[in-house]
Design a protein around this ligand. Structure first.
Ligand SMILES: [Zn+2]
Length: 295
């Protein structure tokens, strides 16, 4: 884990799993854009301590575990101000809110696996707001919903665009068997909209800082289109969800030996089916009280 300069006062913490941007203010105070997994906390704290940095605020791109996993901790231990899009803030503010993301898990399992995500945002950004002032620094906000319902991209005062999970690098795309998106149709629209985004540098959470993103947008769109095509190829005759999920898991060569991993596969598969329905390639049929996916 190390800190890397991106431009001006914008830096990022590079972990083995993700890039976490931050903007440096006077006196070592920093405004983080997202704040990493709980498993990365110790490493992040060590880096901050070595560099004399204090997390004074966290501006979150969205409420996923690798983006707000330490938000409540930084709020409590450092008095960091937590700023989130209003929809993402509603998701993160309770186990009940998180249930909108982890809808097929019981509250007790959500608490066990994702309880550290629960945080009460100090400030909520409205869906149509295009900037936010944080401790005197002005950040541009761009709505890029899809990967999550209220996902935002954040531009630091140095004109560095922090894209969050709207795009992934080609390396990450190449090594990922499956990726999550809350609403693929909306996500693809948001990915396309980034073609017009003018910024001096771009930071992708997964992962790295780039001079441009136009060349990787088509690969990101193709990734989800290919994933949907793959799932569609596993359906010949009408099939129920459990049977189809089993086919997807086997096709991907994934080992699913825990509720957490099963839920991950389920959460990644359902949006692909919804995308196939949205694009007219699949439909649902109820036969004898059972749901079947039909081509
Ligand atoms: Zn995410």
């Amino acid at each position: 884990m190390f800190i890397k300069k991106v431009k001006g006062n914008t830096f990022l913490v590079e972990t083995s799993f993700q890039s976490i941007p931050f903007y440096k203010l006077e006196g070592g105070k920093i405004i983080m854009v997202d704040c990493g997994l709980i498993e990365e906390r110790e490493g992040i704290l060590n880096l901050f301590s070595m560099e004399g940095l204090k997390p004074a605020a966290v501006l979150a791109t969205h409420a996923h575990v690798d983006h707000i996993g330490n938000a409540a901790y930084f709020q409590k231990e450092f008095g960091a101000r937590i700023i989130m899009n209003e929809v993402e803030a509603a998701v993160a503010n309770s186990i009940r809110g998180l249930k909108t993301t982890y809808s097929t898990l019981a509250a007790t399992d959500i608490m066990k696996h994702f309880g550290n995500m629960v945080v009460e945002a100090d400030e909520k950004i409205g869906m149509h707001e295009d900037h936010v002032e944080v401790l005197g620094a002005d950040f541009r906000i761009i709505a890029v919903p899809g990967h999550s319902p209220g996902h935002i991209a954040v531009l630091t005062p140095d004109n560095v665009a922090c894209i969050g999970d709207t795009l992934a690098s080609c390396d990450v795309l190449g090594s990922s068997r499956m990726m999550y998106s809350f609403s693929i149709s909306k996500d693809l629209e948001s990915k396309r909209s980034l073609m017009d985004l003018d910024a001096d540098k771009f930071v992708l959470s997964h992962k790295g800082a780039f001079d441009e993103i136009r060349s990787i947008i088509p690969a990101n769109i193709k990734y989800f289109e290919d994933s949907a095509d793959e799932v569609l190829s596993l359906i010949e005759t009408p099939v129920g969800f459990e049977e189809l999920l089993d086919r997807v898991i086997r096709h991907k060569g994934t080992k699913v030996a825990s509720l957490y991993k099963y839920n991950r596969m389920e959460r990644m598969t359902r949006p692909l089916l919804e995308f196939l329905i949205d694009t007219g390639r699949l439909r649902c049929e109820i036969v004898d009280n059972r749901l079947y996916y039909v081509k």
